[in-house]
Ligand binder design. Sequence first.
Ligand code: 2HA
Ligand code: ZN
Length: 267
Amino acid sequence: MKSILENRPALAAEIDKVAEVAGYLWQKGWAERNGGNISVNVTEHVDDEIRRMPAISERFPIGTVLPALKGCYFFCKGTNRRMRDLARRPMENGSVIRIADDCASYEIIADAAVKPTSELAAHLSMHAKMIADGKGYKAAVHTHPIDLVAMTHNPEFLKKDVLTELLWSMIPETRAFCPKGLGIVPYKMPSSVELAEATIAALEEYDVVMWEKHGVCAVGPDIFEAFDQVDVLSKAAQIYLTARSMGFRPSGTTREQMDELQRAFDL
Ligand code: 2HA
Ligand code: ZN
């Protein structure tokens, strides 16, 4: 069977990036079994031939109505699929979906009838928010970084911006490359619409959002940028945990040092 990627180098390049990041998530230990998911808005790569492609699945409800997604197409990791398999064979472990005109349902169009991620409501809600924001963001990742998830088991770190300030103070790059910090979403049932709604509310202020005792979500212009933000935050968490395991509380950079950085980089 002909792949949708054939003779579409720009679309194929986006899927290559997804596969590369899927490999990183596995290597980092953030993607046990089917843990985590990736989605990319690929509408800009859609031509008339793709628009005419018949559905290869029934129509499934999203669980919520997202008018901003009318006419949009997404590549999504498949539900119950492993990140490490997505890395090697993206089109067998993910699929391209088309949002139906009712903006409340979708159908799969290529390459195989792989049903998308169980967190589809959250992913598509994030994409609707990204379109509304108009900043050209196209990618969303949800993953389970050990260090950051562990930190959410401390109620102190769930208070607004406590974790952000701590992570910023561990290494200057965190302040520079994750300037909005880390939003916190209190625990909600995985895959629920409530989790999706709380996530997009938190994205008003942040590009990376922590789901208490579950994982992170990050958005960005492409999947590399979304991944980088989680990577930077996880590095800061590692520095904190390494210092604690050496038996001391890290002093952290001072508020003055952070403010100096903010001015220098216009953050
Ligand atoms: O896709 O991570 O939150 C598996 C998950 C659900
Ligand atoms: Zn998860």
